[in-house]
Design a protein around this ligand. Structure first.
Ligand code: SF4
Length: 438
């Protein structure tokens, strides 16, 4: 087996894990194929946070099998990530043509799995490490301006709808030294932007007395030589503190945007979700943050049609979106996840009602964004350039400090990794357009 292809579902954490998987395969002498059809090993790095991605994985496995039969190729199939963690042996039993299943804590077992499947065996391993710290072996990164760096994994919050505490385990933090070493290696390889990842970054270092907590870590990363931008995801509203915003205000290379999921604007629903805050408590944190750092913007996740969500509950969510004026929202229809507490609640909001609420929320958000950026036409935005855009020619692409895609024209070449001031000229649904040098 020489060539591999990885298909990544879900969140940034899976994106980061896929980079580790690729690096492990390459250090075993394999190379990345341009498409799954050209690969001898296909790995699906899966997500089980909602019903849809889980179903997609199952139908994807079926399609891979069909291609295998049609082409008569000896394709090997591996399942990793959250579905692998949740299903384990069961996945091997249900899909007899899958060769291995490795859980979220078992990436380092890949070389062993490759040996096993080379001798015709099949295996499943989903054991999780104990509580406390966890380690990630150093790995080589591909050329990129931006790098995810995992600082912690797992979650202790047990929101009633969420599978993460079951598939990623309890909270565990990496040591600050290991994280800073990874940041330095990334910078050395040309990375300009570091994105710190954790299910709940604000609890970084919890239970590890020799660590400084998230505030100290954020400061150290921002002060590392060569780090031009820092972002972090995800902040849990109940643990979010002003101290973080003060550090952001003091370090201009920390982007003034925070992903802090509200999930619902109804206190009744928040309670059923076991989120641990009320809408007014959440809003007060945002107001306080804006007093310290006026250009800070927030993004959020929302679940529409959670069991028992009435029209009135939804109106609270709708009002919250209009009041906070988020920079981005990620809204999804509720779907029950097996093994969660919410499985006991009756999923009683009809699908068409969920869809209508989702649509209304997305449209409200689109109006907020067009209004915000239309007002800014002519303003200069700081953009981290990421090379020539798909349009080619003299059009480049990059991201603003608030993490929006910006395509811009430039008369002269713009090197990937440069931070440039781009004049905003046009606002479209999913991206901004601008001009450099004008
Ligand atoms: S905070 Fe809640 S939603 Fe987020 S990962 Fe933890 S349990 Fe899941």
């Amino acid at each position: 087996m020489r060539s591999y292809y990885i298909h990544t579902y879900g969140c940034q954490m899976n994106g980061y894990d896929s980079e580790r998987i690729a690096a492990t395969l390459e250090s075993a002498g394999m190379f990345s194929a341009a498409s799954p059809d050209e690969a001898e090993l296909v790995i699906l790095n899966t997500c089980s946070v909602r019903e849809k991605p889980q179903h997609k994985v199952e139908s994807h496995v079926g399609k891979l099998r069909q291609n295998q039969i049609n082409a008569g190729l000896p394709l090997k199939i591996g399942i990793m990530g959250c579905v692998a963690q949740q299903e384990g042996d069961n996945f091997l039993k249900r899909f007899p043509y899958v060769d291995f299943v490795l859980g979220t804590d078992n990436i380092d077992m890949l070389p062993y799995a490759l040996n096993e499947i080379a001798s015709g065996k099949r295996l499943s391993e989903t054991a999780m490490y104990g509580d406390g710290k966890f380690h990630i072996l150093p790995f080589e990164r591909k050329d990129s301006v931006s790098a995810y760096v995992t600082i912690m994994k797992g979650c202790d919050n047990f929101c009633s709808y969420c599978v993460v505490p079951y598939v990623r385990g309890r909270e565990k933090s990496r040591s600050q030294r290991e994280i800073l070493d990874e940041v330095k290696r990334a910078v050395h390889s040309g990375v300009k932007e570091i994105v710190l990842l954790g299910q709940n970054v604000n609890s970084y270092g919890k239970g590890i007395p020799d660590e400084t907590g998230f505030a100290g870590l954020l400061r150290s990363v921002a002060e590392t030589d060569g780090v031009c931008r820092v972002r972090f995801v995800t902040s849990h509203p109940k643990d979010f503190s002003e101290e973080i915003v003060r550090i952001m205000a003091y370090h201009p290379n920390i982007c003034p945007c925070i992903h802090m999921p509200l999930q619902s604007g109804s206190d009744e629903i928040l309670k059923k979700m076991n989120r641990g805050y009320t809408y007014s408590g959440y809003r007060d944190k945002i107001v306080a943050a804006k007093e310290i750092l006026p250009d800070i913007l927030f993004s959020s996740d929302f679940i529409l049609g959670f069991p028992g969500e009435t029209d009135e509950d939804f109106e609270h969510t709708f009002d919250a979106v209009r009041e906070i004026e988020y920079e981005m929202i990620f809204a999804f229809k509720y779907s029950v996840r097996p093994g969660t507490k919410a499985e006991l609640f009756k999923d009683n909001v009809p699908d068409e009602v969920k869809t209508a609420r989702l649509q209304r929320l997305i449209e409200a958000q689109e109006r907020i964004i067009s209004k915000r950026y239309e007002k800014m036409i002519g303003a200069k935005l700081r953009v981290l350039a990421d090379g020539v855009s798909k349009r080619g020619g003299n059009v480049y692409t990059g991201r603003t400090e608030h993490n929006r895609v910006m395509n811009f024209r430039s008369d002269s070449p713009v090197k990937q990794g440069l931070i440039v001031d781009v004049r905003l000229t046009e606002v479209k649904r999913n991206s901004l357009y601008g001009e450099l040098n004008k």
